[in-house]
Design a binder for this molecule. Structure first.
Ligand code: DGY
Length: 331
């Protein structure tokens, strides 16, 4: 609670930039003077600036670019950025820190849903699920035949993970125990042995070592400046000709034009993508390619997970305004 001008107590003012699951919005409205976005139209830069000037907390998500100009408002009322999402590459953390803003995110609650979707993309790309669906819907299917739409076997193959955080490990568990896959990984900060226990995953010395050995490569690293275009022409060329690239992390980890080229030339066999370099724009080269499965950033999109993400933001905001340390503080 805040002291208002008349000496009474008022609820902190929050601006929620997009539509959230109804039950979370209801909880937000209980605890805060909540400005919700019923139309779900993304805020413009000017509207975001205005939100930081008027509210005690702004609750954005991946579609809101919170760069320094957005925070450069005088006077700045906001003290908290409660991000709906685990990834925070759309927030300029340095600018937030410099302005005295605390930033929180929503780790853990989306791990399983995102790992499920990585496996869905892996299976869909290998087994030509998108192509097959389009074929049936177009009325082109003439019946079963021994050589029709043959794909690539998944069970027993080698999966290479770039990044072995929570989501990477959840994918390793599914691949190893569910599909009997050999799992390799590269992470500059590999988890300790006890965390890796039971995953059957082997650490490689470099990204290239993983790429050369893998039938499937799945990206689970953060979208840091160092990881921008981590999968460039040279690295894509390290992959096997029969291999598939899966991306449920962030679009700019992959050089999208280099990927289009690798898919078109047969440098790799296919890809499964949930995220894109210039999202929601998708390059024409990908839209026209049959050997890639494309999803609209659905990694965490289950009812259970999206509600849990919202509740996590709520918990962070409640802790912050009660003068406690928010559980998921990033800055
Ligand atoms: C996440 O949580 O990072 C999702 O990709 C949505 O931002």
């Amino acid at each position: 609670m805040h002291n208002n001008e008349r000496g009474g107590m008022s609820k902190p003012k929050i601006v929620v930039t997009r539509r959230w699951p109804q039950e979370v919005e209801a909880r937000l409205a209980e605890h805060f003077d909540a400005e919700l976005n019923h139309d779900d139209v993304p805020l413009s830069e000017a509207e975001l600036r205005d939100a930081f000037a008027r509210a005690d907390a702004v609750l954005p998500t991946v579609t809101d670019a919170i760069h320094d100009a957005v925070l450069d408002v005088e006077p700045l009322r906001a003290r908290l950025i409660g991000n709906f999402g685990v990834g925070f590459n759309h927030i300029d953390l340095e600018a937030a820190r410099a302005k005295g803003l605390l930033v929180t995110n929503t780790p853990e609650v989306l791990t399983e849903a995102t790992a499920d979707l990585a496996m869905a993309l892996l299976l869909a790309a290998a087994r030509r699920v998108g192509e097959g669906e389009r074929h049936v819907r177009a009325g082109e299917w003439t019946g079963w035949r021994p050589t029709h739409m043959m794909g690539t076997q998944v069970s027993g193959k080698t999966l290479g993970l770039i990044g072995m955080g929570r989501i990477g490990r959840a994918v390793a568990r599914r691949a190893h125990h569910g599909f009997g896959m050999r799992v390799l990984f590269y992470d500059p900060f590999p988890p300790p042995a006890d965390v890796l226990e039971g995953l059957g995953a082997q650490h490689c010395a470099s990204v290239e070592d993983v790429l050369r050995e893998s039938d499937f490569v799945s990206l689970h690293c953060p979208a840091s400046p160092e990881n921008r275009h981590l999968m460039n022409t040279e690295r894509l060329a390290c992959m096997r000709a029969g291999a598939f690239l899966i991306n449920t992390a962030r679009g700019d980890i992959v050089d999208e034009s280099a990927l289009v080229e690798a898919l078109a030339s047969g440098g790799i066999a296919g890809a499964g993508l949930d995220v894109f370099e210039h999202e929601p724009r998708v390059s024409a080269g990908l839209l026209g390619a049959d050997n890639v499965v494309l999803l609209p950033h659905l990694g965490s999109a289950t009812v259970e997970t999206r509600v849990a993400m919202g509740m996590r933001v709520l918990d962070n905001a409640l802790a912050f305004f009660a003068g406690r340390e928010p559980p998921d503080r990033v800055v």
